[in-house]
Structure formats: C-alpha cells, structure tokens
Design a protein around this ligand. Structure first.
Ligand SMILES: CC(=O)N[C@H]1[C@@H](OP(=O)(O)OP(=O)(O)OC[C@H]2O[C@@H](n3ccc(=O)[nH]c3=O)[C@H](O)[C@@H]2O)O[C@H](CO)[C@@H](O)[C@@H]1O
Ligand SMILES: C=C(OP(=O)(O)O)C(=O)O
Length: 421
C-alpha cells in the first residue's frame, strides 16, 4: 500500500495550478447519462474517483474517450441500468447515476452506499424526492430499485419537494432527474454549493431549463430530451483551500492559479483571522504568512458557511497556532478521525461530542500516522509539512481520491514529499 513520506519544516513558495473540482466532475460525468448525443468535458481532474466513475459509466454502455483533462462521453447506447455494490462501496458518489438513469430510461438499480468513515450518510432524501416525482422506489437486498414504468409516458412528474436537510448530492440527483421530468419541479432548502451551480450550468447547456441554482430554491422546468454540450469543470475550491492552509502554516507565499476567491469567502476570512495575508484577482489567490498564526474557532455548515471538507485542514493549522480554539463539526457525526493521528504527532486536542478543543503546541513531531478518509489525510499532510522530522502517512489511496498529483504540486512549491510502497 502506498505511503507518503514528508520531511517537515520547509516554507512553501511559488505557484500551483488548481485542478477541476472532484465534487463538480463526479455529478457532471453522471449527467452524461441524460444526453442523447456526446457530452464533452474539459478540466476533468485525474483522480481515483473520476476513473471509478468512468469505469461505472463504461459498464453501463457509455462510450468514454479520455485525453488528458478532456473527456467525451457518449450515452447514446446505454444497455445496463445498474450500479453494483462493488462500484458504490468504493465511491459513494455512484449514487449520482440514480436520478439520470431513472429519468431517461425509466428504471435503475443502484446499491445503497452504506456508511463510511465520516458518518452514516443515508440517502433517504434522494429516495423521497424521487418518490415525490412519482417514482416507485423499493429497497431489496441492499439495492434501490426504482421505476417510472407506471407513470404517464413513463416520465417522472414535476413536483414541489422540500428537503429536510441540506444535501449536496441529493440536490444534484433530484435536479438531474427533474431535468427530464414532465412538468415543473421546485426543490426547496436546496444545497447552494458551487458544484451544484456548475452542474446546473452544464445541464442548461445540454438543453435543461433550470433556474435558481446557488440559492435555496431551484426551479426545473422538465424537457423531453437533453443533448450533448461542451463544459469546463469549475475549479476545486477544497484543493485550493488546502494549499492555502499549507502556505499559511509553513510561513511561505503561494499563488494559486485557476482559483476563485468568490467560492472561498468563509475560508479566506478564517485565514485572515489567523493572521495570514490573502489577496486575489479574478482567477488567482495569493496567501502569504510568517508562519505565526493565531488559533481560530471553526464551525462547519452548508455553503456559503465554512465547509466541512476544510475542517481537518484547519484543525491541523490550529494544532500549531497560538492559543486555544474550538472546531465544531455540524455536518458529519464522525469527522474527527484525524484527531487521534494528530495526537500521535504531539497535538493537544480533546473531543467533546461534535466539538474539538484544540490547544496550540509550539511544534508537532514527525510520526507514522494512518490516513482514514480524504480530508483527514489532507490534514495529516499539512501537519507533516510543519512537523519536526519525518512523517509517514499510510493508506494514502484516500488522498488519491481527491487530490491530483499532490506530491508533485507540493514538491514544486519546495516541500520534501515522496511516495513509497
Ligand atoms: C461527492 C460530493 O459532492 N461530496 C460532498 C457532498 O457529500 P454528500 O452529498 O454525500 O453530503 P450531503 O450534503 O448529502 O450530507 C449532508 C448531511 O445530510 C445527511 N443526509 C444526506 C442525504 C440524505 O438523503 N439524508 C441525510 O441525512 C448526511 O448524512 C449529512 O449529515 O457534500 C458534503 C457536504 O458538503 C461534502 O462533505 C462532500 O465532499
Ligand atoms: C467527503 C468527501 O467526498 P465524498 O462525498 O465523495 O466521500 C470529500 O470530498 O471530502
């Protein structure tokens, strides 16, 4: 199993180009299932989750042509409407084929994702939303079996649906399904994440009639067919945020290219509060710091508030900041898996329910630690970059799910990171 070995203590300097967003690419790749002609995407990041999604789409009969960051998906001849447990267990975002398959083909069989390291992560709202659009939904033997064959013209019916909780992939699944429904769907309490907006923009280029994406009410006027289009994936705000914290923690100066400050307001505000200098223009962000940071309180919440996907990275930053901070995780019930690993590096953290109390220490010490999920791993990388001596991070396949060429990008900034097996 691959490991990352990090020699800490080097301030990062230079430029790094941010990749396309994993969490936009995954739903948009699944949206290809809705189109009768080929969809061309650029800015698609080279990630394990992306290759898993392409494999899944391939098993369904989607023809995939990939060249660097450009992917052409032709779903004119889909023959299977199933996502197996084997696929879904490696990548929860596989649930995003449910809405498109059901809307276009009237049938879908998708494995229930089950829990994962960060929480139980049910998909009940995806299921209830599709039921509200008239779909027959049954769960048998761990699979969601969905059908519209009893409905007029076998089409989902537009509906008004209020989501009890803000769910990102739930909003995306229902938006894709509603794009081909008969009539108008109104999704209330919808997720406002930039990746939802990017998906809506792509769907509109494909012929959908979606308005309100980026607000909590999304209106989708169903159309009879969608076609291919060309779309460039929005930049990855979480990857950008991770490098911004790296620059701040190591006391360096890093400019992120292909980064949008307007998608990172809560993160930028917190970095400034910690004492880093942040400046930006339309598509780049620069972070500069002398490495002496103040501890800051964090509370995760849906966009535009502070993202849960940046919580572990800021926790790592707080471990070596001056003072005491609280980090409150409100989205996932078990997203503190990095804490015990940070403690192995000398961090002083106490957990009380969904709150971590972090007391800054003068320095972390390199140690052998275990990656448990994607962003927990990112937090450990950041800790390793400032720790005294060598940090060895095991199970880095988690990082490969969401960070494109991580060690190459870090090393170009001066870090000393290598991969070994
Ligand atoms: C591929 C992708 O885009 N992943 C992101 C997406 O995950 P994902 O879309 O899975 O996360 P959700 O927004 O759905 O989850 C938010 C909360 O709602 C709960 N919930 C969700 C759906 C449901 O049917 N029932 C239910 O109870 C979840 O357990 C969680 O507590 O948003 C999360 C929250 O910003 C991010 O951390 C993930 O990186
Ligand atoms: C939790 C994440 O991803 P996923 O929803 O794909 O597990 C993440 O990107 O931090």
């Amino acid at each position: 199993m691959d490991k990352l070995i990090i020699e800490g203590g080097v301030p990062l300097h230079g430029e790094v180009v941010v990749s396309g967003a994993k969490n936009a690419a995954l739903p948009i790749l699944c949206a290809a299932l809705l189109a009768e002609t080929p969809l061309t995407l650029t800015g698609v990041p080279e990630l394990r989750d992306v290759s898993s999604t392409l494999t899944l789409l391939d098993t369904m009969g989607v023809k995939v042509v990939k060249e660097d960051d450009r992917v052409i998906l032709d779903a004119s001849d889909v023959a299977s409407f199933e996502a197996t447990y084997e696929m879904v267990k490696t990548m929860r975002a596989s649930i995003l084929v449910l809405g498109p398959l059901l809307a276009r083909f009237g049938t879908a069989r998708v494995s229930l994702p089950g829990g994962c390291a960060i929480g139980s992560r049910p998909v009940d709202l995806h299921i209830k939303g599709l039921q509200a659009m008239g779909a027959a939904m049954h769960i048998t033997h761990g699979y969601i079996q969905a059908s519209t064959l009893h409905l007029p013209n076998r089409r989902l019916q537009g509906a008004k649906y209020y989501m009890d909780l803000v769910t990102v992939t739930g909003t995306e699944n229902l938006m894709m399904a509603a794009a081909l429904a008969q009539g108008t769907t109104v999704l209330e309490n919808a997720a406002k994440e930039p990746e939802v907006v990017d998906l809506a923009e792509c769907l509109n280029k494909m012929g959908a009639k979606i308005s309100g994406a980026g607000t909590d009410t999304i209106t989708i006027e169903g159309v009879e067919r969608l076609t291919g289009a060309e779309h460039h994936i929005v930049c990855d705000r979480i990857e950008a945020g991770t490098y911004m914290v790296a620059a701040a923690m190591t006391g360096g100066e890093v400019t992120l290219k292909n980064a949008r400050a307007d998608l990172l307001e809560a993160v930028i505000e917190k970095l400034r509060e910690a004492g880093a200098q942040v400046s930006n223009d339309a598509d780049s962000i620069t972070v500069k710091s002398n490495g002496q940071l103040k501890a800051i309180n964090i509370r995760t919440a849906p966009h535009p508030a502070f993202p849960t996907d940046m919580q572990a990275q800021f926790m790592a930053m707080n471990t070596v900041a001056d003072g005491v901070s609280t980090v409150v995780e409100t989205i996932f019930e078990n997203r503190f898996m990095h804490v015990q690993e940070l403690q192995r590096m000398g961090a002083n953290i106490e957990i009380q329910g969904n709150t971590a109390l972090v007391k800054g220490v003068p320095a972390l010490e390199g140690a052998s630690v275990m990656a448990t999920d994607l962003r927990a791993s990112a937090g450990l990388v950041l800790a390793g970059l400032v720790a005294d001596g060598e940090t060895v991070i095991d199970r880095i396949y988690h990082l490969d799910r969401g960070y494109e060429r991580l060690e190459e990008k870090l090393n170009r900034l001066g870090a000393k990171v290598r991969r070994s097996n």
